[in-house]
Design a protein around this ligand. Structure first.
Ligand SMILES: [Zn+2]
Ligand SMILES: [Zn+2]
Length: 138
């Protein structure tokens, strides 16, 4: 089991059963939401995700029609991402996980490299998708 939390610690969650997919997202919305060059997400079946504290602190909004993002309203940590095309999956921002081994993170791609920050250079050999992953509709 993997545990995680927001920065202030009010919102805590657990993931059981591991992650099925992961990627670095370079879209402009993730860049704004995380205040960083890109966001790194791993996803788990919704059934494996459990909020264990701070449900009242969790705030959600739609950043685009098919996407819902959730953050802590006290500290602003952005950590959950849900996409209408894959409602069975919950995406978790990797930086909010507490202790996790690299081998537990199936991160295999960069997405939306077409809108990557001009000031960031990708330095690895992972698959690069110009937009989203093909399974989310290309
Ligand atoms: Zn918080
Ligand atoms: Zn994104």
């Amino acid at each position: 089991m993997v545990e995680g939390s927001c920065l202030c610690g009010k919102v805590r969650f657990q993931v059981e059963g591991g992650f099925v997919e992961g990627h670095h997202c370079h879209c402009s919305r993730c860049r704004k939401a995380h205040g960083a060059a890109f966001a790194t997400y791993v996803c788990t079946p919704v059934s494996g995700f459990r909020l264990v504290a701070g449900e009242a602190e969790l705030t959600s909004y739609r950043s685009s029609p098919p996407v819902r993002r959730s953050f802590c309203r006290t500290c602003g940590s952005s950590f959950l991402f849900e996409h209408d095309a894959v409602p069975e999956l919950m995406f978790v921002a990797v930086g909010t996980l507490d202790e996790v081994l690299p081998s537990a993170l199936p991160i295999d791609a960069h997405c939306f490299v077409g809108s990557k920050a001009s000031w960031w250079t990708i330095h690895d050999e992972l698959t690069r998708h110009e937009q989203q992953r093909p399974e989310f509709g290309g």
